[in-house]
Design a protein around this ligand. Structure first.
Ligand SMILES: [Zn+2]
Length: 251
């Protein structure tokens, strides 16, 4: 099954997906440069590199919403392609020796409804097994061989993509981050908010429920018109955060 390409013309975003894994290309981040978010798979990253070349602009700015391999596995490839890489500031603590926390297997099992919603394609898992050996958070360690050009803190404007604001969104992991565009109401939520059956779903896959509750409070009040989640299909519509399911609700 090849990479599935979905165009969201109204907001200038291309979604590159395989099974539940989404990589987003914002055609213009606000300064004439594309913004690539969550290049997790080798295959979606290759599609993103091709698309960015077709757009014919300057090298892209790249953001990973957190350090899990399904969001950072393609960073070395984008680094080689000349992209500018931005990672959540919290990852720096892990490179300094702090042990990263993440959801356990019981937590991961809670998101099965999202996995079941789309046609299963297991090849992405092989890609992740390969890249995960040298890139990303896992097994209590942090591996980022390509480094970062910028570290993103809460409230920052994304360097080179000034339409986008950094919103810290811990809960799924401590480094979880979302990107918010107040001018067109697009929220790139990473794994803080997933989707199921056309509704936003605050992830139940957590390592810190207290932090997740504060993240939910913060994200719910944003006037989101397009929710672009790390996993699951995009959700479009007014009031979609009011209708969002909490982590304890089953879609
Ligand atoms: Zn993920």
């Amino acid at each position: 099954m090849p990479v599935v390409v979905t165009e969201l013309h109204e907001v200038g975003v291309t979604v590159l997906s395989r099974w539940i894994f989404n990589c987003y290309v914002v055609h213009d981040g606000g300064a004439g440069r594309p913004l690539v978010v969550d290049p997790g798979l080798t295959s979606t990253t290759a599609a993103a590199v091709e698309l960015v070349a077709r757009l014919g602009q300057e090298p892209p700015v790249v953001v990973a919403t957190h350090g899990h391999v399904d969001h950072v596995g393609g960073l070395p490839d984008l680094d080689r392609a000349g992209a500018e890489l931005c990672l959540p500031l919290r990852i720096r603590d892990y490179l300094d020796g702090e042990v990263p926390r993440g959801p356990g297997l019981r937590e991961i099992a809670k998101v099965r409804p999202v996995l079941r919603e789309q046609r299963v394609d297991l090849r992405p898992l092989l890609e992740l097994a390969r890249t995960g050996r040298h890139t990303g958070l896992g097994g209590g360690t942090a591996r980022f061989p390509m480094g970062a050009d910028h570290w993103l803190a809460d409230g920052d404007e994304v360097p080179g993509a000034p339409d986008w604001q950094v919103v810290q969104a811990p809960g799924h992991t401590d480094d979880s981050t979302a990107l918010w565009n107040p001018s067109n109401g697009v929220l790139l939520s990473g794994d803080a908010v997933l989707s199921r059956r056309g509704r936003a779903w605050f992830t139940p896959e957590l390592c810190d429920a207290g932090a997740a509750a504060r993240t939910e409070e913060r994200l719910r009040v944003l006037p989101v018109g397009h929710l672009l989640p790390g996993h699951g299909r995009p959700v479009v519509g007014t009031g979609l955060m009011d209708r969002a399911l909490g982590p304890g609700e089953r879609p």
